[in-house]
Design a protein around this ligand. Structure first.
Ligand SMILES: C[S@@+](CC[C@H](N)C(=O)[O-])C[C@H]1O[C@@H](n2cnc3c(N)ncnc32)[C@H](O)[C@@H]1O
Length: 248
């Protein structure tokens, strides 16, 4: 198997998170970097790489064709919508990344027998993290979170262990419904994750800038909507600054 560069820290982090296992499914594989990274690991048996789009899947199929027998033995490509109609009825791990939180959830819920047969899910939704956290917490599995920065963007990784139990403090924080914990994640906040702190500093700069813009307009010219947005921005900013404290 010719070694391939996986194209960055985000994909490497996804690959590294997967526990040694026999069978892993990479849903929505697109360029196929994650599938290739998984296949390169000797402690992983088989990779099922899927995508709903033929042209997306073709990128990986081409690499496999050109890459020789090693790749072909380890990766099977299948065009599929989520987990529907896959050749495997069970797996050890699932990786789903680079899609919206709602879509990731509907993929997990679409074929419950297959998704729940796994011991681990490695998930990295790109939007709607607050709802996604609430959904994950409702399943009561153990959740670990990581954050990766690449090209000035921040990506949250959820490592869900279906054979573990959710941490009571994670659940408690989410049940309070506080947007701060829903958006930034109880686990990352609790251990003051250094990448999260970098994201928070960036968010703080954005809020300070927004506050300056919103308050630049004279009071009598501001509508109710603008005024209440300004209030929100000031509150969010103070909360963030207080949390960062000396790490600011
Ligand atoms: C932005 S790419 C992410 C690729 C890769 N997983 C990553 O993290 O870099 C999203 C991929 O998901 C695929 N996709 C979208 N909806 C899907 C679904 N319901 N089932 C399978 N794949 C899907 C798209 O075709 C696209 O190739």
């Amino acid at each position: 198997m010719t070694k391939r560069d996986l194209g960055g820290d985000r994909i490497q982090a996804l690959v590294d998170r997967v526990l040694p296992c026999r069978r892993v499914i990479d849903v929505g594989c697109d360029h196929g970097y994650t599938s290739m990274g998984l296949a390169q690991r000797e402690d992983i048996g088989q990779v099922l790489a899927t995508d709903i789009s033929g042209p997306s899947l073709a990128k990986l199929q081409e690499v496999i064709e050109d890459g020789g027998e090693g790749w072909k033995k380890k990766i099977t490509c299948v065009r599929a919508d989520g987990l529907r109609g896959l050749p495997w009825r069970e797996a050890d791990a699932l990786v789903i990344s680079g899609m919206g939180g709602g879509l990731v959830r509907s993929i997990l819920e679409g074929e419950v027998n297959l998704s729940r047969s796994c011991r681990q899910w490695v998930l990295s939704p790109q939007s709607d993290l607050a709802h996604f956290r609430t959904y994950l917490a409702s399943l009561s599995y153990e959740i670990r979170e990581d954050m990766v920065e690449e090209g000035g963007k921040f990506y949250t990784l959820f490592d869900v262990r279906l054979d573990g139990k959710i941490q009571p403090d994670y659940l408690e924080k989410l049940e309070e419904g506080d947007p701060f914990f829903l958006d930034y994640g109880p686990d990352l906040l609790a251990r003051r994750d250094p990448v999260l702190l970098r994201k928070m500093r960036k968010d703080l700069v954005v809020l300070e800038d927004l506050e300056r813009k919103l308050s630049a307009r004279p009071l009598e010219k501001r509508g109710n909507k603008q005024e209440s947005r300004l209030k929100e921005v000031i509150e969010e900013k103070s909360r963030l600054a207080a949390w960062l404290g000396p790490d600011r």
